[in-house]
Every structure is written in C-alpha cells, then in structure tokens.
Design a protein around this ligand. Sequence first.
Ligand SMILES: [Zn+2]
Length: 163
Amino acid sequence: MGEVSQPQNNFRCSDGASGLASDTGVNGAAWAALLETAWAALERAHAPYSGFRVGAAALMSDGTISAGCNVENASYPLGICAERVALGAAVANFRLRPGQLTAMAVVSEAEGLTPPCGACRQTMAEFARDIPILLANRHRKKLHRLKDIFPEAFTRGNLAVEA
Ligand SMILES: [Zn+2]
C-alpha cells in the first residue's frame, strides 16, 4: 500500500487489443489508447475508503477519448464510478451526445475483472444502445457488448406519456 506502481499495458499480448479490432469496429490503436487512458486515470482515482481504484475511458465517434476514475466521498453513497465520471467529463469537455459514444474500457487491479454497475450501464445507454466494452486487469481482458449485458435500457422512448 502507498507505493506507486506503473500501469502495465499488456495490450500487445496475444489476447490483446489488436486482436479485438476486427469484430468491434474499433481499431487496435484506439483500443490501446483507451486502455492507456483508463490505466492512467486509475492512478488518479480518489478511493481512500475502499482502496478499490478503477479507471475508465470513453471513445467518441470523432476519436476523442475521455478519462474517468472513481471518486469516493466521506459520505459513502456519494461516491461516483469511473465510467460515469468519464461520460460526464465527455459531455462537459467534448459535448458528447447520444449516438457519439463508440466504445469504453474499464480497468481495475482486482483479481477478477470489474464490470460496470447497473447505473453505469444505464448511463452508457443514454449515449449508445450498443457499444463494445473492454474490461481489463493486470492479467487479462474480456470484451462485452452493452446490449448483451444491458438488454432493457430505460430510454427516452419510455418517457412518452399520453395526453
Ligand atoms: Zn458504476
């Protein structure tokens, strides 16, 4: 604890980002940049209570990448996940709008991979109904599709009310 470790971006491994490019519509260089951004964000996480650091990166259709890390609070329920921080930053800094979210990467140092929570899946669905989501830790990666892990999003269509 307390020592600074360098991110180990092992996306050049055989299970690495380059092998993900063909079936995601996102090229290997973009996946590599997403992972690098997410790992760098993890190093900036504010997680003094849980010690559970998470980094996220959101890729926009114009190639812009927005970083996020988890931000905890002494009032525990106010803590915000890395994914929603990345998306909020994308809106605030780069004017992210629905249809412009292309992919996300989520990294942690946990033994198991760290999937987005329900709130984060819903927030992703505001900006894209289906994107590839790459989960990674220091040892492995796994690719998911948002529509597979969150098939029934609440969308703007559900807001319609009859007069
Ligand atoms: Zn979350």
